[in-house]
Design a protein around this ligand. Sequence first.
Ligand code: F6R
Length: 607
Amino acid sequence: MCGIFGYAGEGVTSAVLVEGIRRLEYRGYDSWGLALACDDGIALLRRVGRIGSAEDTALDGCSCRAGVAHTRWATHGAPTEENAHPHRDCTGRIAVVHNGIIENHAALRARLQGLGHVFASETDTEVIPHLIEEMWKTEPDFGEAFLAAVRLLVGTFGIAVVQADAPDRLWAARLGSPMVLGLGKGRTLLASDPAPLVAHTREVIYLDDGEIAVLTSDGFETRTLEGGTVTKPVQRIAFDLPAIERGGFPHFMLKEIHEQPESLRNAFRGRIVRAEGTAKLGGVEPHLLRSAKRCHIVSCGTSLNAGLIGKYLLEQLARLPTQVSNGAEFRYAQPVVEPDTLVIAISQSGETADTLGAVREAKMQGASAVGICNVVGSTIARECGQGVYIHAGPEIGVASTKAFTSQLVVLALLAVHLGRMRGLSLRAGLQYLDAIECLPAQAARILERESELAEMAGLLARASHVLYCGRLYEWPAALEGALKLKEISYIHAEGVQAAELKHGPIALVEPDVPVVVLAAQAAVRAKTLGNIHEIRARGGRVIALIREGDGEAAALAERSFAVPSTLDPLLPVLEAIPLQLLAYHAAVALGRDVDHPRNLAKSVTVE
Ligand code: F6R
């Protein structure tokens, strides 16, 4: 949610900065801008819309030693050139980019206006350059003025600053919004996440909350907001440049859908202990798992749908009572959390503010939190202190795909592990592990039949409303199918429990409203087929996901797609893939910008 890129070193140009934020565009794409610190002042460029118009070259020929750039997801003020970052102080010599929300901006703005500062935008961010300017009037050292200003901010922020009187350096601060420093040869960089750094270096430092940094071409210094010194460990980015490029696919989303055979394998690689019929999850303290009496899963969006499937897995395999909450609801609903509650935070990015808030709340109430994250070193992963990485590789498409299926595999491994501690038999444990190991090849078989789904997607693309339904494990899978369709095609889609249809939603059924029924689960097959009959009897048109070889179910539906046979609890992993492809092809048929759906951004770092 907003991307920041900064560069300290010889030869910084607008092209270098644009290249940096282009790799962060998935974090926000309603407007963008950059500032170069030149000896004669700040050179500024701000534009509305996607990065990449011909005007990107407006500052060509201007080469400096420090610059910052920003791609925006609007919070305060519409996406206009005035509201685009960077924002400047009254003198125009300080330029600031910011990710997050300054909660006390209204009070600060009023105070600064009272002191004569003139504001040019509606943003919360603009208070920052004016505040630094104000502090600098009495504090001769710019770094100290910056620190003093940051101390007055309430809210969340990742901030990067350039100023014309020291045009060889950048200042940065972090509280609640991610910030990574990259250590290159003759250059030091900063970014909201590691993606734009890989082109320059694989050596990185993750700033922690409450830390500030000053960067020059030779390196960096960090301090805490209280003024204390900190030594930061250097870490290595695990992925390379091809992992964050489209590699011949028309969209990142399609590339990531097709990566699933590999990402699924990476989720269980090295974690299966056949001799004991269990999974090895090195990142979680065994005593914590053994002593847990109940679980509470916290997550948002697609990760919340994974959590709902996780609840069924944990209850069925490990007999652990499990609750699932959206992160924000958890934080504010005063949930009952005991010391023996295992809180499981699921987050692809590891930066989602609502999920992070829930983790902090849970820890404050004395519970232990375990993270299931994709991004290594992300805030949630670090704050949980223990957890399991899903190792899906960078996910750039705004709609989450491969992360979802990898989250499900890790949840299944966790359920087997907890189950084996609580009476799940060796035989049952081995059955699950065998089935998990088959998933990559089964996913590959589904992907080979993409053209069938592209053709079926035409039916969805012509609709204004689509219902998705399923029972038990297939209900959250239906929610995820509906979420995929609505977020990238803008077709209204609802996921409902198939058993709930008759209690209301069936009123929506008519020939123009296709119903996608997930009907592959063995345990409730007869009931789900009954639901298909009910829909058909009311003139509804059914696209069904069925189990391979289920001729009766195929004959009932208008269109069907058979998924390979697996254990019921693992079906959502396989069913997710055709649902992703249906949504993708419906969106492409409608000419939607699949990787940049309107109003959205990846990594939601505001509450
Ligand atoms: C949907 C999607 C979002 C995210 C949600 C949580 O395709 O991507 O719903 O799942 O914003 O994000 P993470 O998993 O990063 O916490």
